[in-house]
Design a protein around this ligand. Structure first.
Ligand SMILES: [Fe+2]
Length: 160
């Protein structure tokens, strides 16, 4: 990598891998969740995540690069942790609260990645691409906020 453009492209590929892995993992989390609102939150974020993946593919097409070829090791680790948690022997309410914790780790990681990508896109003069990435970033913030509300409003109390 020689410059910010190369670094930007590397980050996009990393995000593409992260989103692709999450598309595989979210149905398992939705299936495990007992609370109907939590289940719905995972299902609706799955639909958003498919949009995110598509958006990165479109951006890569625009830039004339392939979105594939990188494996996001951090997302792989976060998902592995979530999958191990799913297998834990835990009370239903405790499991739901823990699923929120696992999912928020993922969201925070994505928020960090997209925040960087938006800044790089702007710096490189790709204003339309920056707007697309910002749209995803806002949806990641929204998903995180929804999880916060579920945890604070009910799930943590039920686990207690
Ligand atoms: Fe996403």
């Amino acid at each position: 990598m020689k410059n910010l453009k190369d670094l930007f492209e590397h980050q996009l590929k990393d995000l593409y891998s992260a989103e692709s892995q999450l598309i595989e993992a979210l149905p398992k989390m939705a299936k495990t969740a007992k609370d109907s609102k939590l289940k719905k939150a995972f299902e609706s974020h799955l639909e958003e995540t498919k949009e995110h993946q598509k958006r990165i593919k479109e951006i890569c097409d625009e830039l004339g690069i392939k979105p594939t070829g990188e494996e996001c090791k951090a997302m792989k680790g976060l998902i592995k942790e979530a999958e191990e948690f799913i297998k834990e022997d835990a009370e239903e309410d405790v499991k739901d609260a823990g699923l929120v914790a696992e999912a928020q780790r993922v969201e925070h990681y994505e928020i960090s990645g997209y925040g960087t990508a938006v800044r790089y896109a702007k710096e490189l003069g790709h204003d339309d691409i920056a707007k697309k990435l910002k749209k995803t970033l806002d949806q990641e913030y929204g998903a995180d906020q929804k999880l916060n509300e579920l945890a604070e409003g009910r799930l943590n109390k039920e686990a207690k």
